[in-house]
Write a protein that binds this ligand. Structure first.
Ligand code: ADP
Length: 760
C-alpha cells in the first residue's frame, strides 16, 4: 500500500515534469511534427463543402499575360464566374491600389453585379505601425464582405491554423473563409461565433485546420478558361468560388501538414481547407492540459506497474510496446474525433521513466543488499560462534572485509562471497556433527512428511530412503503400534515426549524414542539405542527375582525349622549353641538379603518413588528414637538441630532409611562418649541433612570408595563392627533417585560429616 502511494506521488511529479518539458521549444517542435504525422496518418478526407477554386495558375499567366492583370481582366473574370450563378465569390487578391479609372470602374461594376462577394484585406506593418491594406472604397459596396487573409504559419513555417479574426486600427475583421461561408449563406457550427440579439459576436480563436489533403484536393478551374469562355459555367452553380493564385512565385504559397518539403499549398487552397473544416465541423480540438496531465500521470503509473509486474527485459518490451499503441490511439482520435492527442509526452515518459525505474530498482537492490550484509555481519554471524575451529580465521577475514572503507559493489560481492563461504563451512561442520551422532535423528515437517534423516538412520532395519510419513515410518521400524496420537500431541501442545525401551519389530533392539517440536515448524525424532541398558535392567530384575525367591525361601525354612528345634527343645546342650549360631547367621543373611534387595529394588526401577510433602522435625524424632538403644549402648549422644518448620518434598520412607544408615554408621564408627549431630538446613528450594560424628574418620584415598556396593574398610576401629558395605550405596541411590547427592568430608581421628542434599 505504501509503495503504491509512493508510486502515485512519484507519477504525478513525473507527469508534471514531462508536461512542463513538453512546453519547451524542442518539444513544441516535436509535438508539431507528431501532429502533422498523425494528421497524415489519418489521411485525406473528401471535401464536403461546395468550393471551386478559380486558379490564376501558370497556364493562365502564359495565356492571359504576366501578373498583374488589368482590372478589366479581373472584371471579366468575375463576370464570367457570376454567369455560372455561384452562391458567393471570394476574391483572394488585394485590391488596395488604384489603377486606371476605367479599369477600376469596370471591376466595381462587375462586383456590383456579382453574387455576394468577399474581398481580401490584411494587416501590414508599415514603419512599425499596423495598417489594414483594404480594397479601394469603390469596391466595398453593399453586400461585399471583407475577410482577413492571414495565414499563420508556425515557427517551423507550416500553416496549421487561422485566426477567427484579426484586430487592428480599431477594427475587427473575421477570417476570409468565415466570411465566404457567411456570404454563401451556409451555416456551420463553431464555438467562436455567438448570436446575441440579432448581432453576431465573434471571439478570437485559433482554428486548427483539418486539411482535406494536399495542394490539389479542391476542384479547380483555371482562370484563363473563364476568361476565354471555355469554362463550363454549370460548374459554378451554387458553389463558393475562391479566386486566387496557384501559380508558383507569386508569394502566396504555404507549407501544410500534408505538403511538407514537397510542393507548397497555395493560399487560396488553404482558405478552401478552412471553409471545408468549418463547414464539415472538422475543427481539430486539442486535449485539455489537465486531462493530459491526468493521462500522463496514469501512464507513468502504468509504466511503474509494468516494471513491478514483469522484471527485466519483459518490462522493457511491455513498456516499449505501449509506444505504437499510443500512436494508434492518436491516429484513432485524429481520424474519427478530430481530436489531437499528443503522444510525444507519453513517448518521452517511456524514454525517461523506464530507465529511471531501472536505476531506482538498482538503487533499491543495492540498499537492500547493504542492509542484508549488515544483518548478516551482526546478527547472523553470532550464530556461528559455536563453530569454534573457524572463528579465529573467519573473524580476521571479517575484520579485514569490514575494515575496508570503500564499500562499492565489488565489496558487496566480496561480502556475499565471504558469508556464503562461512555458511557453507558452517553447514558442512553441522553436517559432520550430525553424521557423527550415533542416535538416529529423523526430522519431519508439521504434517509429518519426513524431510531429513541422519546417517545413523541408515542402520535401521526398515530404513527407507524417502519415507512419506513419520508416524508410519516409526511404526514400520518399532513394535509399538500407533505413533500418530503421540505425534499429534507434540504438534498441538509443542511439548516433547520420550518413550523408553521400545522394541524393534524383530525384538532384537530397544530404543528410547523422543519426539520434540522445533519452533512450530517441524518435529524432531531421536532414537537412542538403549538395548544394553535394557538388558542390564533385565538382568538386575532377574537377579532381584532370584534373590528374593530362590534365596529367601530356603532361608525362611532354615529359620523356621531352627526356631522349632529350639522351641520344642529337640536338641541338647551343645546342639543348642550350634542352633543359636545357625539362627544368628541366618538372621544376618536375611539382613544382607534385605539390604541388597533394598538397593536392587530402587535400582531396577521396581520401587516407584512416591513423593510427599512432609515435615522434617517429626521424622528426625522417630529416627533418634529408633537409634536410641544402639547409641545408648555406646554412651553416644545423638542430637538434631535446625529441623523446626522445615519441610521437604520426597519419599519419606527412603529418606528415613537413608538417614538411618548415616546415623547408624556415625554411631558404629565412633568411640564411646562422643556425640553425633544431625543438622538440617534449607535453601535454594532444597533441604540439606548433615550427619557429623567425632569418630575414627576416613582416609582421603578411601572417600570415594565407601559408596561402592559391598565396600568395607578394613581397619582396627571398624573391624569389629558388623555390616555388609551396602548402607552408603543405598543412601547414594536414594539421593540420586531424588535428583540429589550425598557427599562426605572427613579427617582421620577427628570425625566425618556426611551431607545428604535433596532438591525441592
Ligand atoms: P557398613 O557400615 O555396613 O560397613 P556402609 O556402606 O554403611 O557399610 O559403609 C561403608 C564403609 O564406610 C564402612 O565399612 C566404614 O568403614 C566406612 N564408614 C561409613 N560411615 C563412617 C563413619 N561415620 N565414620 C567412619 N567410617 C565410616
Amino acid at each position: 500500500m505504501k509503495s503504491v502511494l509512493g508510486a502515485v506521488a512519484a507519477s504525478s511529479f513525473v507527469a508534471v515534469a514531462i508536461l512542463l518539458l513538453s512546453w519547451t521549444i524542442y518539444f513544441v517542435e516535436l509535438n508539431s511534427s507528431a501532429y502533422d504525422f498523425a494528421l497524415r496518418l489519418a489521411g485525406p478526407v473528401p471535401p464536403s463543402s461546395p468550393v471551386v477554386i478559380v486558379a490564376i495558375d501558370e497556364d493562365s499567366l502564359d495565356r492571359i499575360g504576366m501578373w498583374p492583370w488589368s482590372r478589366d481582366k479581373l472584371a471579366r473574370l468575375i463576370q464570367g464566374v457570376s454567369a455560372g450563378k455561384p452562391r458567393a465569390i471570394a476574391l483572394d487578391l488585394l485590391l488596395d491600389n488604384e489603377t486606371s479609372e476605367d479599369g477600376d470602374y469596370a471591376l466595381a461594376l462587375a462586383i456590383a453585379n456579382a453574387p455576394p462577394m468577399v474581398l481580401a484585406t490584411r494587416l501590414d506593418s508599415v514603419d512599425g505601425v499596423e495598417l489594414w491594406r483594404q480594397p479601394l472604397g469603390i469596391f466595398i459596396q453593399k453586400g461585399v464582405l471583407l475577410g482577413h487573409v492571414h495565414a499563420e504559419p508556425d515557427f517551423d513555417g507550416i500553416s496549421r491554423q487561422v485566426f477567427s479574426l484579426k484586430a487592428g486600427e480599431g477594427r475587427v475583421v473575421p477570417a476570409f473563409a468565415i466570411q465566404a461561408l457567411h456570404a454563401a449563406g451556409l451555416e456551420f457550427k463553431s464555438d467562436f461565433e455567438q448570436k446575441a440579439g440579432g448581432a453576431e459576436l465573434i471571439r478570437p480563436q485559433a482554428i486548427n485546420i483539418r486539411f482535406a489533403g494536399d495542394q490539389n484536393t479542391f476542384r479547380r478551374v483555371p482562370a484563363w478558361r473563364v476568361l476565354e469562355g471555355s469554362a463550363d459555367a454549370g460548374e459554378f452553380k451554387d458553389q463558393i468560388i475562391l479566386i486566387g493564385f496557384t501559380a508558383e512565385g507569386l508569394g502566396d504559397e504555404w507549407f501544410t501538414p500534408f505538403a511538407i518539403g514537397q510542393k507548397k499549398t497555395s493560399g487560396v487552397e488553404v482558405h478552401a481547407n478552412v471553409i471545408d473544416t468549418l463547414y464539415a465541423g472538422r475543427v481539430i480540438t486539442e486535449v485539455h492540459a489537465l486531462a493530459l496531465l491526468a493521462a500522463l500521470g496514469a501512464f507513468v503509473l502504468l509504466l511503474w506497474w509494468l516494471n513491478h509486474r514483469f522484471e527485466g527485459w519483459r518490462s522493457y518490451v511491455a513498456a516499449i510496446s505501449t509506444g505504437p499503441l499510443l500512436l494508434a490511439l492518436s491516429w484513432l482520435f485524429m481520424k474519427y474525433f478530430h481530436l489531437w492527442f499528443p503522444f510525444p509526452p507519453f513517448w518521452t515518459a517511456i524514454v525517461f521513466v523506464v530507465p529511471g525505474l531501472e536505476v531506482a530498482n538498482r538503487i533499491r537492490v543495492s540498499r537492500d543488499l547493504d542492509r542484508k550484509i549488515e544483518r548478516l555481519s551482526s546478527g547472523w554471524i553470532t550464530a556461528l560462534t559455536a563453530f569454534q575451529s573457524q572463528t579465529q580465521a573467519a573473524s580476521e577475514r571479517r575484520n579485514r572485509l569490514f575494515g575496508r572503507r570503500r564499500r562499492n559493489s565489488r565489496w558487496k560481492l566480496d561480502a556475499i562471497d565471504f558469508f556464503n563461504k562461512e555458511l557453507m563451512q558452517f553447514l558442512s561442520f553441522n553436517n559432520a556433527i550430525l553424521a557423527s551422532i550415533e542416535d538416529v535423528i529423523i526430522v519431519s515437517d508439521l504434517e509429518g512428511h519426513v524431510v531429513y534423516q541422519n546417517i545413523a538412520a541408515k542402520g535401521l532395519q526398515k530404513y527407507q530412503m524417502n519415507p512419506p510419513d513419520a508416524p508410519a515410518y516409526l511404526a514400520s521400524i518399532l513394535d509399538s503400534g500407533n505413533f500418530r496420537p503421540l505425534f499429534e500431541n507434540v504438534r498441538t501442545t509443542t511439548e516433547s515426549v520420550t518413550v523408553n525401551f521400545i522394541p524393534t519389530r524383530d525384538g532384537r533392539r530397544f530404543y528410547n524414542v523422543s519426539i520434540l517440536p522445533i519452533a512450530r515448524s517441524g518435529i524432531v525424532i531421536t532414537m537412542h539405542d538403549a538395548t544394553a541398558q535394557y538388558e542390564l535392567n533385565q538382568a538386575k530384575s532377574d537377579m532381584v527375582s532370584l534373590v528374593s525367591h530362590e534365596l529367601r525361601t530356603p532361608l525362611t525354612s532354615i529359620r523356621g525349622y531352627s526356631d522349632m528345634l529350639l522351641k520344642y527343645d529337640l536338641v541338647q546342650d551343645k546342639g543348642k549353641t550350634f542352633l543359636g549360631t545357625i539362627i544368628n547367621e541366618s538372621n544376618r543373611l536375611n539382613q544382607l538379603i534385605q539390604s541388597f534387595l533394598d538397593i536392587a529394588y530402587i535400582e531396577s526401577g521396581r520401587h516407584k518413588i512416591t513423593k510427599s510433602d512432609f515435615e522434617v522435625g517429626p521424622m528426625l524424632k522417630d529416627l533418634i528414637g529408633t537409634v536410641g538403644p544402639m547409641a545408648a549402648g555406646k554412651q553416644i549422644a545423638v542430637q538434631s538441630a535446625g529441623a523446626d518448620g522445615i519441610r521437604v518434598h520426597a519419599d519419606r520412607l527412603l529418606i528415613y532409611q537413608a538417614l538411618i544408615n548415616l546415623v547408624a554408621n556415625a554411631i558404629k564408627y565412633s568411640p564411646a562418649g562422643t556425640m553425633v549431630r544431625i543438622g538440617v538446613s534449607d535453601g535454594n528450594g532444597g533441604v540439606r541433612f548433615e550427619v557429623a560424628d567425632q569418630g575414627c574418620g576416613i582416609p582421603a584415598d578411601e572417600l570415594s570408595k565407601i559408596f561402592e556396593k559391598f565396600y568395607r574398610r578394613d581397619n582396627e576401629e571398624t573391624r569389629d563392627e558388623s555390616g555388609f558395605g551396602l548402607g552408603l550405596a543405598f543412601t547414594k541411590e536414594v539421593a540420586a533417585r531424588h535428583g540429589g547427592d550425598v557427599v562426605v568430608e572427613s579427617e582421620v581421628g577427628k570425625g566425618s560429616v556426611f551431607t545428604l542434599s535433596i532438591p525441592g
